[in-house]
Design a protein around this ligand. Structure first.
Ligand SMILES: [Zn+2]
Length: 61
């Protein structure tokens, strides 16, 4: 279920286009989770992808 949903940082609305109706550029909400504090999360995710495939569905972490 990989959607193209993006979020407007200004009004918080989820939109499908690159620009929100308010005029602000929308962003993909997922990358926001990869803050500098969570760099290990990405490393772990890459490891999972490498070992279990792109979806990592063999392990639910
Ligand atoms: Zn907006």
């Amino acid at each position: 279920m990989r959607s193209q949903m993006k979020k407007c940082p200004k009004c918080g609305e989820y939109v499908l286009s690159d620009v929100c109706r308010c005029g602000s550029p929308s962003v993909t909400p997922l990358p926001a989770k990869y803050s500098p504090d969570d760099r290990y999360g990405e490393y772990r995710r890459r490891t999972i992808i490498k070992e279990y495939g792109e979806n990592g569905k063999c392990r639910n972490t």
